[in-house]
Design a protein around this ligand. Structure first.
Ligand code: AMP
Length: 209
């Protein structure tokens, strides 16, 4: 079973991926994380991608699709695609790479997202995310890496990322709705409620197999 997680920036895609990894053993592919690793490693891809990311724009399709193929092809696992696809071209490319069984569209109000993103820190080494309200230290408890604010987690860039999301990604909701594999997950309330709805969506799918 392969799952796509769609949602506005800061909607909680990473948090839902973590839940699915822990409880169901999926392999997460976060294009945002892979791109940030490339930026940190100053690879050729990272140097190009950084310009787009810092402006809150999408990295060009050919680069992201090529990067994803490198990771997925030849790996045998049940995948969670977190932050991919973000354009119709990417969605069509993904259909050629593997069969998508379930798409979780994480729905959340914009003001909630801005508040969450501004209160988020990420480990510069392993990418684990922390809420500053729950975790006061400046070092990652898993790997000891430094916790930093993402360069694109400022209010100005978040606004831009929202605009990008509505212009280029939100229409994928209809794309997957038409395939009858879309499930909307409201993530404006409690985490417990979100997890319960995610678990139900996965288990409903598995029961039907
Ligand atoms: P994320 O961590 O998923 O919020 O992604 C952070 C940034 O990485 C986005 O704002 C984009 O600039 C870039 N990015 C991540 N995934 C993609 C994708 N599938 N297509 C294009 N750009 C992406």
């Amino acid at each position: 079973m392969n799952i796509v997680i769609l949602g506005a920036p800061g909607a909680g895609k990473g948090m839902i991926s973590d839940y699915l990894i822990k409880n169901y053993g999926f392999l997460q592919i976060s294009t945002g994380n892979i791109l940030r690793e490339n930026v940190a490693g100053r690879t050729e891809l990272g140097i190009i991608a950084q310009k787009y990311m810092n402006r809150g724009e999408l990295v060009p399709d050919d680069l992201v699709i090529g990067m994803l193929k490198n990771v997925v092809l030849g790996t045998k696992a049940e995948f969670i695609f977190d932050g991919f696809p973000r354009t119709l071209n990417q969605a069509l490319a993904l259909d050629d790479i593997c069969k998508i069984d379930l798409v979780l569209f994480v729905d959340v109000q914009k003001d909630v997202v801005i508040k969450r993103a501004l209160g988020r820190r990420v480990c510069a080494k392993c990418q684990r995310t922390y809420k500053i309200a729950n975790y006061k230290k400046s070092i990652c408890e898993d790997c000891g890496g430094e916790l930093i604010q993402r360069a694109d987690d400022t209010e100005e860039v978040i606004e831009k990322r929202f605009e990008t999301f509505y212009k280029q990604t939100a229409s994928l909701k209809d794309f997957y709705q038409n395939k009858n594999i879309l499930k909307v997950i409201n993530n404006s309330n409690s985490i417990e409620e979100t997890y319960e709805n995610v678990a139900k969506a996965v288990e409903d799918f598995r029961r039907k197999q």
